[in-house]
Design a protein around this ligand. Structure first.
Ligand code: PMP
Length: 369
């Protein structure tokens, strides 16, 4: 039996091959007599799992050797505190507000950073567009500039990372890429630090990935908890305290799955990116051409990963969701703060799932006529 298609924004669908492999190895990993959850994080078995995951992620995302990859806990929201604790240096930090997640990050930073400055905000547009980088009011000498490169709730994604130097700022770019990491290539020349909770595109909740340029380490505020001090975590290969071992293992299986993906001549993330473009395009095209459904995000800001849409007749929402569930299309309800629907098309969602969704959208629309 085919599993239903799961459009959850996170925790989200995991590739079936990954789940099956984890199930097969649950009681005995590679003849060790132990399941991964039962292993010491300092034993040779787990160290092998960890090292493979780290090097596969580095290869997949082409992370330069000048960056450390950290496997932490706390999720995206903890990073909203951990980043200013490590990087604000008691100075000014700049925020670009493009939706709920950057808003939350901004609010949390005010507890730790000496000055928090809103350099640009798209709030006036109802978060349906991205402020043009040329209009950003960046502070001189800022410790960093924070963006959320994919706003999971509003469905807004930076299609290009800002070039801060070209905008006259020497500050490192910090990006919350929780909901589109591993869906596209990253231009590391524009990034100081990237963080992401794993539970959308990488694996189970509980693992947070931080990729940070080495020169940014070692400047934490004295109140920074040791377990959240990036330098301490880096010096201990993410094992200053017990890391989320199961999450790292599952992430490693996902990285191997990603490395095996093909699209024409392309492999890995490049293959995935082309597929993600095609999936999102099909769904946006259908929504834009329909009389019933609506997505209000500006064309150049539309997310490939999270596609919120509304029924023009909101009284049909419950019927829509019930019909979707009957057809094996799960978790399409929009975030409570914006309402309507949301389809998350992470890497694990195949094109067939998008086609099944579009077929249902069509069927439901026909029945409205
Ligand atoms: N940032 C973004 C972009 C997110 O989508 C989420 C979760 N939906 C978070 C941060 C918060 O992550 P967590 O719940 O793991 O703290």
């Amino acid at each position: 039996m085919n599993r239903p298609y799961n459009f959850s924004a996170g925790p989200a669908a995991i590739p079936e091959e990954v789940l099956q492999r984890a199930a097969a190895e649950m009681l005995d990993w590679h003849g060790s007599g132990m399941g991964v959850m039962e292993m010491s994080h300092r034993g040779k078995e787990f160290i092998a799992i960890y090292e493979q995951a780290e090097s596969d992620l580095r290869e997949l995302l082409a992370v330069p050797p000048t960056f450390k990859i950290l496997f932490m806990q706390g999720g995206g929201l903890a990073e909203n505190a951990i980043v200013p604790l490590n990087l604000s240096r008691a100075g000014t930090v700049d925020f670009i507000i493009t939706g709920s997640w950057s808003q939350k990050s901004h609010k949390e930073a005010r507890k730790y950073a000496a000055q928090v400055h809103t350099a640009a905000s798209a709030e006036a547009s109802g978060f349906t567009s991205l402020p043009d980088p040329a209009s950003w009011q960046l502070s001189r000498g800022a410790s960093y500039v924070h963006i959320c490169s994919n706003e999971t709730i509003h469905g807004v994604e930076f299609q290009q990372l800002p070039d801060l130097q070209a905008l006259g700022s020497d500050a490192p770019l910090v990006m919350d890429c929780s909901s589109h990491i591993a869906s596209r290539a990253i231009d590391w020349s524009r990034v100081g630090l990237a963080f992401a909770g794993a539970q959308k595109n990488i694996g189970p909740a509980g693992l947070t990935i931080v990729i940070v340029r080495e020169d940014l380490l070692g400047h934490a505020l004295p109140i920074c908890p040791s377990a959240f001090n990036y330098k301490t975590v880096a010096e201990n290969q993410s094992m200053f305290n017990t890391p989320p071992t199961w999450g790292i293992y599952m992430a490693g299986l996902t990285f191997q799955w990603l490395k095996n993906q093909r699209h024409g001549e392309l492999t890995g993330i490049a293959a995935m990116e082309q597929r993600n473009i095609a999936k999102a395009q099909q769904l946006y095209d259908y929504i834009d051409g329909s009389q019933l459904y609506l997505n209000q995000v500006a064309a150049n800001a539309r997310s490939r990963m999270n596609i919120p849409f509304f029924l023009r007749d909101a009284s049909r929402n419950d019927a829509f969701l019930a019909g979707a569930k009957e057809r094996g299309l799960l978790q399409l309800k929009g975030h409570k703060s914006v309402g309507g629907m949301r389809a998350s098309l992470y890497n694990a969602m195949p094109m067939a799932g998008v086609e099944a969704l579009i077929a249902y959208l069509q069927e439901f629309e026909r029945h409205q006529a």
